[in-house]
Design a protein around this ligand. Structure first.
Ligand code: SF4
Length: 221
């Protein structure tokens, strides 16, 4: 619960709901999260480095040379990073953009940075990435800004090189996606419906809950 008394949902939270309604419910209603385990924070560092790089060129009114020719318009300036949408007195939905383009009509296009461990040019777009663009278009639109209705994923993929001493080569791949903000509205509605009821059942295939019930059985709980 936040200071304004609302439960603020996010894209990441809604993704938890896709995986398991019970975990989602526990997270938002009780503040209990599934333990994270050992995870790499390398993608976070990449995001921070790329954002810092883009920021330098925003103030110059230019695109960073690394993406020259890949986008139309200009980087939004000043950049509006966070968007909030108050659904009702109890719930809100918020999101934080990595970057945003603005065209000559003042329409906005969100960009999300992705660090890829396999070649993104050969892969299908993950459903969660599509939902992310849906969510950004939804949030920008609900905040009364004009939108183009599309969004970009900008992938960074480390390339092979025998001259790493000259710098680490990166393949940059741009994926354009059409945002469907109506999907976001439906997902928010579904999330609220789950939170308004009692705790849902565990997912029968989840290894964590399975582990817990097996241990409980052994301990006679
Ligand atoms: S089944 Fe249990 S541990 Fe697994 S995701 Fe759901 S609540 Fe979390």
């Amino acid at each position: 619960m936040s200071k304004d008394g609302r439960i603020w949902l996010s894209h990441t939270g809604l993704e938890v709901l896709e995986r398991c309604p019970k975990c989602f419910w526990l997270q938002y209603k009780k503040g209990v999260r599934q333990p994270e385990g050992i995870v790499s924070r390398l993608a976070n560092r990449f995001d921070a480095v790329i954002k810092n790089y883009f920021e330098k060129y925003r103030v110059l009114g230019q695109f960073p040379p690394i993406v020259e020719g890949k986008f139309q318009g200009k980087l939004q300036s000043p950049f509006v990073e966070k968007y909030y949408f108050r659904v009702n007195d109890k719930y809100g939905f918020w999101g934080r953009l990595d970057e945003c383009l603005e065209n000559e009509k003042g329409e906005l296009t969100p960009i999300d940075f992705k660090t890829a461990s396999s070649d993104p040019r050969e892969k299908e777009v993950l459903e969660a990435y599509q939902s992310q663009i849906d969510d950004y278009v939804f949030l920008i639109r609900e905040n009364k800004y004009k939108v183009t209705g599309v969004g970009f994923l900008l992938y960074f993929f480390p390339d092979l090189s025998e001259e790493l001493h000259d710098g680490f080569p990166m393949i940059m791949h741009v994926q354009k996606l059409t945002g469907n903000p109506e999907n976001t509205a439906k997902r928010i509605e579904k999330a609220i419906a789950v939170l308004e009821k009692d705790m849902p059942d565990s997912s029968p295939t989840c290894p964590f809950c399975l582990y817990r019930s097996q241990v409980n059985k052994i301990e006679g709980v």
